[in-house]
Design a binder for this molecule. Structure first.
Ligand code: SF4
Ligand code: SF4
Length: 303
């Protein structure tokens, strides 16, 4: 079903949602936009944030076996991040905390109409979704709204026409025109265990783990007990990640850990699930202090 809402009424719609639910969205905090709880419609901005909303479903540190999860709405989710949750579902979907939150956290997708600086989503799935709860596209003075779920429909919505949809499709095509698409042809088969980039990257990488922690598709974690059982994110770049009993470590050097990071995304996960563990969001590229770039790995295999 298609509707539209004027930009003037959009803030009132957010206020309406805030009256019924806890609502989160990109909000300016200092000089950055961060997914935060919104107090009113004016605080929402339709921008791509430095970090994805992954932590709203899969927090960096959490007590396990909880059973009390709040229904919340997250506005301003980008298609790359929405797809990342679909990927996480394949791995974490059997976990009770994760799957409970997936049920009660509603993600409202906002289509990108301009490419972001480091993103390469057109290499994978592009800026629009085929499956969504609510999908909003900026079509000028209005947002086009696509939904199959009438729960969040409001009197402020107007009927949308096929012409409105045409404008929305044209706007998202803009991203395809301006963004370079990488060649993924048989990449998982062609990418070898040996690549001179692992050594080269290891001379620059400072093992901060930021690439893992900013990535919406990274899911590795550690578990510890402190009266209760807790889970916290881990990073395959950190030296202790693969440490075994007796201090054995199959990946003792940084080049081997970097290889693991890239091969997991571009080979192993593909072999297991038939898709790359990457949405092309570009966050790992943007956040890396020494400019290590996953696109260079892809181009080294398929120039
Ligand atoms: S590997 Fe990088 S570009 Fe791909 S999903 Fe993770 S952060 Fe985004
Ligand atoms: S963000 Fe860059 S420097 Fe930090 S661990 Fe990742 S690759 Fe290394």
């Amino acid at each position: 079903m298609m509707f539209k809402i004027s930009k003037k009424n959009f803030q009132n719609y957010v206020d309406f949602l805030i009256g019924k639910y806890e609502v989160w969205g990109p909000k300016k905090i200092g000089s950055d936009y961060v997914f935060s709880k919104l107090n009113n419609g004016q605080e929402f901005e339709d921008v791509r944030t430095v970090l994805s909303p992954k932590d709203l479903i899969y927090p960096p540190n959490e007590k396990l076996f909880e059973d009390n999860f709040k229904e919340i709405i997250v506005l301003g989710v980008k298609s790359c991040d929405y797809r990342a949750f679909k990927m996480l579902d394949d791995v974490l979907g059997i976990d009770s905390n994760y799957s409970m939150r997936r049920r009660v956290v509603h993600m409202f997708n906002f289509v990108c109409t301009e490419p972001c600086k480091f993103g390469f989503c057109t290499t994978f799935y592009g800026p629009r979704l085929e499956e969504y709860e609510m999908q909003f596209t900026d079509i000028g003075d209005y947002y086009l709204i696509e939904t199959n779920d009438l729960r969040f429909v409001n009197d402020l919505f107007e009927k949308a026409s096929d012409d409105d949809l045409k404008i929305a499709l044209e706007k998202s095509k803009n991203v395809y025109k301006k963004m370079q698409k990488l060649n993924m042809d048989k990449l998982s088969e062609k990418i070898g265990w040996e690549n001179p980039l692992w050594k080269e990257f290891s001379q620059r990488c400072i093992s901060c783990g930021a690439c893992n922690f900013a990535c919406p598709t990274c899911f590795c974690f550690d578990v510890y007990d402190e009266n209760d059982r807790y889970r916290e994110w881990d990073s395959c770049i950190l030296a202790g990640f693969s440490k075994l009993a007796g201090n054995a470590n199959p990946r003792p050097t940084l080049d081997l850990r970097l290889r693991q990071r890239f091969l997991h995304k571009l080979k192993f996960h593909y072999e297991n699930f038939n898709y790359y563990l990457c949405t092309g969001c570009g966050r790992c590229i943007e956040i890396c202090p020494v400019n290590i770039d996953i696109r260079d790995v892809i181009r080294s295999v398929n120039p």
